[in-house]
Design a protein around this ligand. Structure first.
Ligand code: BTN
Length: 256
């Protein structure tokens, strides 16, 4: 069961900052960005059972229906170094937790979609709050499909999507999964400045060494071999000509 009481216990156990549960909210990321601008402690968390205006990457909508998945935003207000690696921190935290609960192949699709048997079960939206040219904080917005109810028709036709219970060893308790992810987020965030994030991110990467198609916009896509994630968290793609191109997550989208 996930509610404010459970969250209060997690807050004490994991030493979180501000932590609030909302039965329904437009977007946990929007609330998290607001909290940062008002001033909130590091490792604060906004959790919702339902989102009415959940945001996905590239301006898309993310649907969160009640009691069907996990939707929350984890706030980092001490992001002095290696901000770009936070996409990897979030992906690793979810990957490691999800792997404990399912008996199937889990992978990370760069930068941070979580796939099981090549189907998307989790999306992550990283956003930042700025005051002038000074970053005030980063929001790691995480949405996980747990039950079949969490799958929206639009999502199913946009890309192959699935839900955790389809691959689960037993019924997944949302509070257990949530606790694991939070503990992992703190663990991987503390590793942010070490090489460990990059090597773990690469080790768990989907399509590594395979031909992929990456889309820059409607009229421009490239095909090449996925070489690796660079030390900056960018994707390295080797073209047929031998040339190696490097893209940030804002520049390119890898297809499933
Ligand atoms: C994607 O497009 O794959 C990213 C989806 C991110 C969804 C999560 S749900 C919690 C948080 N709040 C939002 O509005 N979006 C993120």
């Amino acid at each position: 069961m996930l509610d404010q009481l459970t969250l209060n216990t997690l807050k004490d156990e994991l030493n979180l900052g501000r932590a609030e549960y909302f039965p329904s909210i437009p977007s946990t990321n929007d609330t998290a960005l607001e909290w940062i601008s008002l001033g909130c402690p590091n490792y604060s968390v906004v959790v919702a059972d339902k989102q009415t205006k959940g945001k996905g990457r590239s301006g898309r909508t993310w649907y969160t229906l009640p009691d069907s998945g996990l939707a929350f935003s984890f706030i980092i207000t001490e992001p002095t170094q290696k901000i770009n690696l936070l996409a990897g921190v979030a992906a690793l935290a979810v990957y490691d937790a999800v792997s404990k609960f399912v008996s199937a192949d889990v992978e990370i699709k760069w930068p941070n979609d979580i796939l099981i048997q090549k189907k998307k079960v989790c999306g992550i939206l990283v956003e930042s709050q700025w005051a002038g040219n000074q970053v005030q904080g980063i929001v790691l917005g995480i949405g996980i499909n747990i039950t079949s109810k969490s799958l929206n028709f639009e999502e199913k036709i946009r890309y192959p999507a699935s839900f955790l219970e389809r691959f689960a060893k037993e019924i997944i308790r949302r509070d257990d999964l949530f606790k694991d992810i939070l503990a992992n987020l703190i663990f991987w965030d503390k590793e942010r400045t070490s090489q460990e994030v990059i090597s773990a991110w690469n080790q768990r990467l989907a399509f590594l060494g395979e031909q992929i198609t990456a889309v820059r916009n409607e009229n421009n896509s490239i095909t090449g071999k996925l070489l690796a994630i660079s030390d900056e968290g960018n994707i390295l793609i080797k073209l047929h000509s031998g040339e190696v191109l490097e893209y940030t997550a804002n520049e390119i989208q890898v297809n499933i």
